[in-house]
Design a protein around this ligand. Structure first.
Ligand SMILES: [Zn+2]
Length: 359
């Protein structure tokens, strides 16, 4: 049966629609490989002293470890949808962060609840308190923590007054150096709007409980340089990216050696040039994507969408990253791997599943 002109047109439109689906996961010039994830290396295991291990607990919460040197970023492990209050889940903190030996430092990118809600619970874990684990972040972080009025806690909280080197010291047989770069929170919407975008300029006298009690505050990205076991690594945590034309100093200068860049996927559509321009500057060997889970549900597989809507568009973000090293393969030969990790589950003391090992 002949289609006739209208039928032929409908067929063309239909075929056109079929070809408008999502692009291939891997771009021309790239390969995506999925492999079994690793478990933690622990003291005594081969490679323990000279392998960087990265645990990811969702949002911006990572443990970055080389041998016995440990740094934790953005303490937040509480999942679940909370409407009227934002309460830290103390049990969950104990079962995750509480199973990690005390880190040398806790570094906070900004004070929104999904980066900071569990800071008090983490800082007051018995072992962390005894080890006097210090925390660095903006003044807002310190003022929020003041609300609990916990004896001794303020002595361990350091408000970063100006960007630059905040830690530079030998620890055991290793060395840890941390440099803070002032940034601004990436907009939540394309129009440039950032939610809860303010500071706390006085110490609180009660613990924060509402989502609006956690404004973004001052924002810092961190270059974490770890040395030990005869090796050194530079890990850059870009928790808040911004237009580099406006904030060129929100990241290390071009030419700084970066082994691993941890890049935030959330809101990637809302900042001009991200992540392409940022990657061209950083030129890391490894890219680790984070903050693509919505943390509204407990099961990791239910954390990529809210009510079925994919807000983060991780596939698009991954292709944007691929584009840089495919397009710039001669100018950017350092590139090795993009890691899209599963959320780390702690199964014992210093023993996690879904841990990235980078050499
Ligand atoms: Zn935020």
């Amino acid at each position: 049966m002949a289609l006739g002109p209208c039928g032929a047109l409908a067929a063309v439109v239909l075929l056109g629609a079929c070809f408008k689906g999502p692009p291939m996961p891997a771009m021309d010039g790239a390969v995506m490989e999925v492999r079994r994830s690793d478990c933690s290396l622990r003291a005594g295991d081969e490679g323990y002293g000279d392998t960087v291990q990265i645990y990811w607990f969702g949002s911006g919460c990572h443990l970055i470890q080389l041998g016995d040197l440990r740094v934790l970023t953005d303490p937040f492990v509480t999942n679940g949808f909370q409407v009227f209050s934002n309460a830290s889940d103390g049990e969950r903190v104990k079962k995750s962060l509480g199973r990690i030996s005390p880190p040398e430092a806790v570094l906070v990118n900004h004070a929104h609840f999904d980066h900071f809600l569990d800071a008090h619970a983490a800082m007051t874990l018995e072992e962390w308190r005894e080890a006097e684990v210090p925390l660095w972040g903006g003044r807002t972080c310190k003022h929020l923590l003041a609300g609990w009025q916990t004896p001794g806690l303020m002595d361990r909280c350091h408000a970063i007054e100006k960007p630059g080197v905040i830690i530079d010291r030998r620890i055991g047989g290793g060395h840890l150096r941390v440099t803070a770069y002032a940034s601004r929170h990436s907009p939540h919407f394309k129009c440039g709007l950032t939610l809860a975008n303010g500071v706390v300029d006085q110490p609180r006298t009660t613990p924060p409980t509402l989502m609006t009690d956690f404004p973004s505050g001052e924002v810092f990205n961190y270059l974490i340089e770890l040395r030990g076991g005869g090796k050194s690594y530079a890990v850059f945590y870009l928790g808040a990216f911004y237009d580099l034309k406006e904030l060129p100093n929100s990241m290390p200068p071009a030419g700084t050696r970066i082994d691993v860049a941890i890049l935030t996927a959330a809101s990637h559509r809302n900042v001009p040039g991200y992540p392409g321009k940022h990657l061209q500057r950083l030129r890391p060997r490894h890219v680790v994507l984070n903050h693509f889970n919505t943390f509204m549900a407990e099961k990791p597989d239910e954390q990529l969408a809210i009510l079925g809507k994919d807000f983060v568009k991780l596939g698009e973000m991954t292709r944007k990253v691929q584009e840089v090293f495919v397009r710039e393969c001669e100018k950017y030969p350092e590139f090795e791997v993009i890691h899209i990790p599963a959320i780390t589950r702690m199964e014992g003391k210093d023993l996690g599943r879904n841990v990235l090992r980078i050499e």
